[in-house]
Ligand binder design. Structure first.
Ligand code: 5GP
Ligand code: ZN
Length: 108
C-alpha cells in the first residue's frame, strides 16, 4: 500500500516513535511547525474524517485519550497544547491516513 503512515506503522519507514499500542502510534512530524509536533495516528487505514464508518467512532475518542497520555509523558499538561485534524485538501490535509496533530510550544 502506498501510504506513508501505514509504512511507518509497519516499520517499513523510520520515525521517531513516542508511543505505541495495539490501535495507535504517535511519532514526530518530519517537518515540525512547533517545538513539539507529534502525529497521533490510528493503525487502521482510514482516509479522512469524511471516510470514517460507524465502527470507527471510538477511534477519535482514543486519539484524544492518547493525546492526554502523551501530554503527561512529555510534561506539557499544564502549559497546554493544541490538537488539530485537517480534513481533505481544502482543510490542509496532505497525508490521506487520518491523524491528529499534537502541537506544543513549551514544557510545564
Ligand atoms: P496533514 O497536513 O495531512 O494534516 O499533515 C500531514 C503531516 O505529516 C505533515 O505535517 C507532514 O510534515 C507530516 N509527514 C509527511 N510525511 C511524513 C513522513 O514520512 N514522516 C513523518 N514523520 N511525518 C510526515
Ligand atoms: Zn495508511
Amino acid at each position: 500500500m502506498e501510504c506513508t503512515f501505514c509504512k511507518i506503522i509497519n516499520k517499513e519507514l523510520p520515525a521517531e516513535i513516542h508511543y505505541e499500542d495495539d490501535n495507535m502510534i504517535v511519532f514526530e512530524d518530519i517537518n515540525p511547525s512547533a517545538p513539539i509536533h507529534l502525529l497521533i495516528v490510528p493503525k487502521k487505514h482510514i482516509v479522512s474524517v469524511n471516510e470514517m464508518e460507524e465502527e470507527d467512532r471510538d477511534i477519535m475518542g482514543e486519539m484524544f485519550f492518547v493525546a492526554r497520555k502523551v501530554a503527561e509523558k512529555l510534561g506539557v499538561k499544564r502549559s497546554g497544547y493544541s490538537l488539530a485534524v485537517n480534513v481533505e485538501k481544502g482543510g490542509g490535509q496532505i497525508v490521506f491516513h487520518i491523524h491528529m496533530h499534537f502541537l506544543c510550544n513549551k514544557k510545564d
